[in-house]
Every structure is written in C-alpha cells, then in structure tokens.
Design a protein around this ligand. Sequence first.
Ligand code: ADP
Ligand code: MG
Length: 647
Amino acid sequence: MIFTGDDAVTDHADADLMDQAARPSAHGFQADVARLLELMAHSVYSERDIFLRELVSNAADACEKLRYEALENEKLAADAGAPLVAIALDKTARTLSVIDNGVGMSRDELVASLGTIASSGTRAFLDNLEAKGGADEKRSAFIGRFGIGFYSAFMVADKIEVATRRAGAAEAFLWTSDGKGAYQIAPLDPSLAPSLGTKVTLHLKAEAEEFLEAARIEAVLREHSGAIAIPIDLAEAPGAAPRRLTDGSALWTKPKSDITPQQYADFYQQLANQFDEPALTVHWRAEGRTDYTVLAFVPSARPLDLFDPARKGKSKLYVRRVFVSRDIDLLPGWLRFVRVVVDSADLPLNVSREMVQASPIIASIRKAIASRVLQELAKLAASEPEKFRSVWDNFGAVLKEGLHEEPQRRDAIFDIARFSSAASGDGQRSLKDYVANLRPNQTAIYYIVGDDKKRLAASPQIEGFRARGVDVLLLDDPVDAFWVTSAIGFDGKPFKSATQGRADIEAIPLVDAGEPPTNDATPQIAALATTMKAALAEHVEDVRISTRLCESAVCLVAPDHGLDRQLTRLLSEHGRAEMLGKPVLEINPRHDLIAALAKKAASADQTGVEDGFWLLLDMARIADGEPPLDAGAFAKRLTALLVKTGG
Ligand code: ADP
Ligand code: MG
C-alpha cells in the first residue's frame, strides 16, 4: 500500500491495538486505484449509468455470500432476513444510496476491497485503456463495456460513504473518500449503522443530478440489472414507501419459452460484465442421474483477458439457487470464453471449494457443457454461417487448443473448425470441404504454419501446390503448430506440412499443362546441387532439386523426418536449440538464375560462384521471415553483385 502522507489523521505505529481500532485512520489508495480514479473523474459522461449496475451487482453478490455463509452458521441464519437490495433517493441531501442486507465488510475487508485492485480483469482494463489512449469519448465508450466495479461510482459522485457491518460482528465502520487519492476508515456508532449489510451513499456531483429522478433510476435498472437474482426496491424520497422494481426470481429457473432475448442479454451482461449481445445462448435442464440447469453464453466480443492465464472465472455455480462460487472450473480451458451459470440440485452445499471441484458431479457437468456447447456451435455453423464466422474469428484460436488438450473431442472440434487457405482468399474452409475437393492423386491435407497469413500465402514452398490446384491451409495461430503435429488426420487423410520433406506431388496433374516440374535435372544442375551442399554444409542438411518451386529460385524446407520449420522456430525461441535440425535448401531447376549459376559453376571462371550460394541461402531465409545468416556479409555480397551488374 502506498501512503500519501495525509497528515490530518495518521496511523501511529506505537499506538496499542485497541486504541488504533477506535481511531479513524487515513489510507492512500494502491497506485493502480489512484490511476483508475483519475480516469473516472475525468471521463466524458456518456456511459456513466453503469455505476448503478456495478453497485447493484456488488449488493446482490453480498446477499448471495451471506446466504452461503448462513448455511453453516445458525446465528447468521437467524439474523438474516430475506435478501434485498434497496435504492434510496434524497433530493434535498442530493444523495443516492444502495443498501443491501448482505454479508458486509470488516475493517480489513474494507481496506482490501475498496483500496486495492485485486481482480485481473480490472488490471487488464487499465492496461487496455492505456493502450487505447486517444480521445476521451473513445475511452469512455470503452469504460461502459467493461466491469470496473465500485470505483466507477466516482464518475457521478464527488464523495462516497460506505457504512457497513460484517455479518455476525458487533462493530461497524464508515469508509469515506472523495476519490482523490486517499480514503478514511472510522468506527461507526453501532446504533447508526445498518443492522446487517452495507449502505453505499453517493453524494452526487451537480452534473449528475439526473440520478435523483426515480424514472431515470428505473430505466437504468431495467436496462442493466433486470436479471439480478435478488429483488430490488426503490424509495423515491426519505420516508416514502419503497416500490418493488424487480422480483429477483432466478432467470435460469424459468422455462425457455417465458424468457425474452432481451432478458437473456441482460443476464449475460450482468454475468460477464460485458456489454455485447451473446452470440449464442444455450439453456437446458438435465434430469436423470443428476439434476442441474445450465445457462451458457458465447460472447459476441472478445473479452479483454481472453489470453490472460490468471483470468478470473466468469462462471457461477449455484446449488438449489444458492450461490456457491465463482471459482469452480465448469469449463475446460479451451472454452474459457464461454460464460456459464450452473445450478445443481445434487451437490452438497457446505463443502469446501476443493471438494466441490473434485466431485464427480462437477466432472460430469463439465463434460456435458463442453459437448453441448460444441453441438450448438455446430448447429450455428450450419444455420447461420455468417454469425458463426464471427464466433470463430473471435474464439477459434482458443477452441483449437482443445484439439491438443482433449484428443477425444478432436472430431467435434474439426467439425466446426474453419481455416484460411491459399485458395480461399478472405473466405474460410472447413476440413470437410477441403477433403471433398481433393485433386486427383492427392492423399493428404496440406498446411503451412507461421505467424503471418499474408507471408504464408506468398511462400515459395507452396508454388508447386498452387500450380497443381492443391489448396494449402494457412495456419497462423500460435496453437496450430502443436495440434497439427499430434492430430492424426481428418477423414482418413493425414495432415502434411507443405514445408517439410519431399513434396511428393508429382503425381497430381498441373492445372495448366505446361512444362512439368521435373526431378531429372540436367547434369549441370545436379552438379550444382552437390557443390552447393559442400559449400553450405554447416547450415543445410542437403541441397535438393525442387518439385515444389515454380516462380522462385530457392526455398528452405524441413528434412523428411523431424520437426516442421515453424515448430523448430518456436522451440528455438524457447531456448530448445538442441532440437533444431538443419533445413534442406531446395533449388528450382527451371529458374534462369539457377541455370546461369550452374553454368558458371561448371566453367573455368569461379569468381562469385560461392557468393551466389550464400546469397541464395539468405534469400530463402528472408522469404521465410528470417534474417540473413550474417547481415554484414550479406550486404557486402549483394553490393558486389549490384556493382558488377551496374558496371
Ligand atoms: P468486484 O465486484 O469485481 O470484486 P468491485 O470493485 O465492484 O469489484 O468490488 C470490490 C469488492 O468490494 C468486492 O469484491 C467485495 O468484496 C467488496 N464489496 C463491494 N461492495 C460490497 C457490498 N455492498 N457488500 C459487501 N462487499 C462489497
Ligand atoms: Mg463488483
């Protein structure tokens, strides 16, 4: 924690504990929080309504937490009333309060929860915001699409008070801050404190007075918090009778036919803390050996922390409508973009998180969710290809992790997988489509792996494939290099790297029957290959006469056995250089440059011949996106060559 040196009230290290607890204390916010508050206070006010969604969802969470704690604690159970969130407006005092009878916060919890950024999501938000930079409107539009929690209230308030009593505790505390870098915590006279739970009071800024109007509050709540599983009341003025706004019945318990798309969308946004519409909603109830209900959503926008390994779960587990945990893994890693609520009738309520996680019931629910989501994605792919395309563009890279991690799901994932290919332009192909359109004598599914689709499409290694009308899948996601080597094949056709080994494509007819690429190179070119191999032996395993080149003079491929070039590169990035095999350099016997070099190599005058070998090797490396072996030597050789041709 960073202290700001607020000297109005200070902590004294030598004070005894009792004394310290009774005295108000001042604290600085953690550095990240200070940064976030600054952003909040200065954001343009187009999406500031979201503060209410954040406070209401915290209040509802607190009620759910208390319900859970009360399961094991009879005393708490006796004190707890029916869970309720109430909103109270006071035009005279210019305040808006959100009150809950939930679990409340102890002094330590106040410090930890309202002075610190703990969630990785919030940090990801800050990082992204930083990256966006630019105009304020752009930034604030972005704020509304992201759950940023309690601190968003500083968009509308210049002072916030949180009066709270931890369930079961005698003492209560008041947290106060003007959102300018520091906050204070003081003990609160128990007679003034809520008997249970938390009251968050916002002192609204002058330009946020609209939030004192009941109609405005109602509209915002309907929009953002309609599906909250706790009832919400509104009291329009001090002393006025509260009015019930939502009944808090859990959406997933209702029959599908009674739920509107809007209600599903509201619920999804609440659950995911995102503002997009779900691209796919899957809601079903399993009855039989185990009873449970699942409501799962595939987002239509990428969550910011999709690739963050520490991503906080956005799934919620309930047991008979009692919220149990957000931390149970209900999805395999390769479905981590799915947002899901599970309500189980069979799990015991009062066991530890670890035991729940290890229970066979959870294991079978997990399996069922994965199967069902894949099934529904396949349906979407068939019925709404455009919509599915956007799902695949957003999450295909994550889904493909499943090919590697869960081999038994491979067929189901292959079924929905879509690939860019050398022939597909901006479109994508399924494997089924690829296999249905094999060329005569084509026996494999050819692919090329790399990180840049454009460069892959222009690779010299696939020229001969193109000339034969053989399409090559362009695999440009990091995960591709892994599954493609472990997957056996699709529909009986093996996957084969277009950049490895001999191309073996001579038997496939050319599209334009022109001069066929051939292996029976003239003796001069065969001799050239031998000389080149001797000269470059340190860097290449072999120099070979190519059947896969058409327009280019040279290219590098992986040896027949061993690893694909891209995988080799990935491993060398991870310092596993000992696994590196040397590549094979292929030369194009029909290329003028090769023919000329062969002629020269066979003649009496050898000047520049060896330089030519090295230049060709470097050219092949550059076409693969690698630097020349020795940039200085490369530049010298090229200069010498250019001087010669120029002069
Ligand atoms: P998040 O809800 O994502 O954790 P917030 O900034 O909204 O982030 O809230 C931070 C934390 O503060 C919560 O996780 C919770 O522990 C605590 N908190 C906020 N509001 C309440 C409340 N009304 N009752 C109890 N705890 C609360
Ligand atoms: Mg929150």
